[in-house]
Ligand binder design. Sequence first.
Ligand SMILES: Cc1cc2nc3c(=O)[nH]c(=O)nc-3n(C[C@H](O)[C@H](O)[C@H](O)COP(=O)(O)O)c2cc1C
Length: 260
Amino acid sequence: MKTEFYFFSGTGNSYYIAKKLSESLTDVQLIPINTLDLSKEVESTAEIIGIIFPVYFLDAPDIVKHFIKRLKIPNSSYTFLFENYGGMGGNSLSNCAKILADKDIKVSHTFSLALPDNSIIFPISNDSVKPLLAEAEEKLKAAAHIIHLQQTDSIPKKKLGISLLSSIMIRFGKSYLGFNDLKVNSSKCNGCGLCTKVCPMKNIELSQKIPVFKDKCEMCFACVHHCPKESIKFRKMKAKNHYQYTNPYISLNEMIEKNK
Ligand SMILES: Cc1cc2nc3c(=O)[nH]c(=O)nc-3n(C[C@H](O)[C@H](O)[C@H](O)COP(=O)(O)O)c2cc1C
C-alpha cells in the first residue's frame, strides 16, 4: 500500500515520529515538507498519507499549513495529522483539518504527542528527556497500530479562546522576543557553516564566514540548537546554560540530509 509521511522538523522530534512510525509499517516514504516546491500543487496518489509537525504558538507552522493548502490527494486516502508539542497543542489539528475539509478531504485520525520543548523560553531539564522519549516510543507503537488498521476518529474542535491566545503569542514571539530575528555573536561564531546546513528553509548564508539570515525563517530554531559554539540567539534570549536540545534518536547527518 503506497504510504507517504510528510514532515517538518527543526530539532528532530517530528522527524523521530515519522521515522518511528515508518519502522512499524511497511514501505513508507518519508518526505520533508521543506524540500517540496510549494509554488505549485503537491500531488500524491498514496493510499495512506501522514502529516507530522511541531506546534508553534498553539498552531501548526506556516509552512505546514501552506503545504496542506497545496496538497492534492484522493479523498479516498487514509489521511492522518500528527502534532507534537512541548506543553500544549492548541488548535493545530483542527486548523489543519479545516484546510483539508475545505478541499473535501476528510482527516481519518489525529494524533498528539508531548516531546521535549525546543522553544527555549520553557527550559527542559536533561532528566526529563529520557522518560519523555521512552513514553513516546510506546505511544508511537500504539499510533502505528491504529494507522496500520486504518482506524478513524473525530477531529478535535477548534477553541476560540485558544485562537486568541495563539495570535497574542505569535505577536509576542515575533515582535518582542524576536523569534524570527536571529542574531549571531560574531566573537563566538567559528564560521563552521553548520547552521546553513541544518536550516530547513535554506535561510542562512555565510558572508565572510559569518551567518547572514534571509527572510524565510520559520522559527524552527534548528540553527540555535545545533550551533556548536552556542553563538546564535533570538533577540531577547537570555544567556542560559544547557539550553540546546536535539532529538537524540536523529543524527546530525540525518538532519542535514533531509534538507537536500
Ligand atoms: C517558535 C516555537 C513555538 C512553539 N510553540 C509551542 C506551543 O505553542 N506549544 C507547545 O506545546 N510547544 C511549542 N513549541 C515547542 C515545539 O512544538 C516542540 O518542542 C516540538 O517537539 C519541536 O519539534 P521539532 O523537533 O520537530 O522541531 C514551540 C517551539 C518553537 C520553536
